[in-house]
Design a protein around this ligand. Sequence first.
Ligand SMILES: Nc1ncnc2c1ncn2[C@@H]1O[C@H](COP(=O)(O)OP(=O)(O)OP(=O)(O)O)[C@@H](O)[C@H]1O
Length: 586
Amino acid sequence: MSETKRWQNLRLLWSFVRPHRRTLALGLLLGLGATGASLATPLVTKSILDGLASSASIGPAVTLLVILLVAGSLVGMVQWILLGRLGERVVLDARSSMVRRLFRVRVGELAHRTPGELVTRVTSDTVLLREAAASSLVELVNGSIGLIGALVLMAMLDGVLLATTLVALAIVGVAVAVLMPPMAKAQEQAQGAVGRLGGVLEGALRAIRTVKASRAEARESSRVIVEAEESARQAIRAVRYEAGAYTAAGFGIGLAIMLILGVGAWRVGEDLLTVSALVAFLLYAFQLMEPVTTLATTVSGLQAGIAAAARIREVDALEVEPTDDSHPRALTSRRPIGELSTSALSFESVTARYAPGSAPAIQDVSLEIPRVGHTAIVGPSGAGKTTIFSLLLRFLNPDTGRLILDGTPLPDWSLTDLRRRIVYVEQDTPLVPGTLRENLLYTHEDADEEAIWDALRAVRLEERVKSLPDGLDTKLSTAVISGGERQRIALARALVGDPEILLLDEATAQLDGLTEAAVHEVIARIARTGAVLTIAHRLSTVIDAHQIIVLEAGQVRARGTHQHLLATDALYQDLVAALRIAAQPA
Ligand SMILES: Nc1ncnc2c1ncn2[C@@H]1O[C@H](COP(=O)(O)OP(=O)(O)OP(=O)(O)O)[C@@H](O)[C@H]1O
């Protein structure tokens, strides 16, 4: 990591702590209190020893020592709790901001990342911020103050002994400084490996049915375990560096104590130092050990936090969709159909690509989708059908040309207004976590109970839902839902959404009779008052469409009704022949 990047990441780390700076300041203050108590302890011990040697009263000094011990411990405990809470708040803030960001990121940006890897960033990378932001930062500041305080007091006790201690500490410092950068790099790599492990496991579990049906359980578990092994290898590498730093620190401390004892004994023998001063000096030397030994973990905690901040930063850098604030022109009202032009949507010479410099996914496409009626898009795989939907929903923007909705270019609509008018039913119809009711109201939250039951009736799910013990409030995680039912729930959601425009990506799988009937019912209902655009995979869907658009290699090849295209277009004839074969009962 370059210095500028490290600095940026440190600032990012600070940006998470900043809102809690008062708590942090209190933590630092309490830490100072505890440090003060431990710095005073050797001096009070010295005065007790001196009192004993001269037969003076040691009562007040002993009382002070007890007070210092009790107060120091209590302050330490309060600081611990305070910093623990601070750490958890930092984690929560980081998670909340990442999650909000992730849901605003453009769909295309997420296409190249596995959900599992992103999940790891939100769940485990943020935990590393906790240590770094709270304990490490405070330990570093308090530890440094304790270190400086002890050195000053040691200088007051005996300059020669201090010089001896500093030589030993310098050796420790150099060793730790040499071992730190590779340790930080190893920690960064270990964190990255955990992310990849999450990604691979998530991908394999998502495809679990295919995995099992292909008898590939062993192969898939090996693939995941390879990532787990890599993660362990990276973590072990990091541990090795940590161990090196600790050993160097421990060796240096042992050396320092031996040197202090040796030189101290000589100075006591020469009457240059009292025994009580040597004891106090040794107590300080032991106090120095703590910041020096924990320095490695404290700095490594900070390094891990900085590396985590870098990975959080990557999510921050993902391109997000524009906010509605950038649209002063609010187009919120649902316009009466009579006032509209006959074309709800039009493409004007649209060319679009998924990445700069790549081949266009669609090229120079012009088409009109009538305000009322059903338009079906057909074409071979890769022809650009899904791209048409992505452009309409603004998951993707055209390179050239423009799209017009109700006479207004798409970029002039706020995303909220645009997507409020459109309901999108995906091919594999994912349901969101929550209850059946929440799923049905997902697109149109304000719909009433009557609209829900009407939609369920239309997709032949009324009886099934009524038979569920919790009815509409059934949690989908606890219910057994078949593939066909899942599709019918998604279709019912479309009806409840009461859309002006329905984008329906028809399932390619063979549909059961009920689901096929539900598809037709939904298309027919919405097409009576709105525009339905389907990516059609079923002959029956195509035959009934008012308009069919044939796409080939990213371009509009032909358009018309089923009869017209059947008589005039060879590709359409081939596509229909394939759909006929697919529609034959097995
Ligand atoms: N996320 C993506 N990144 C890069 N290229 C893509 C992406 N999605 C689609 N493409 C490319 O764009 C072209 C059109 O793809 P599109 O998915 O629109 O076709 P399709 O007609 O829907 O195909 P299918 O019927 O197989 O789903 C193809 O060449 C495809 O490889």
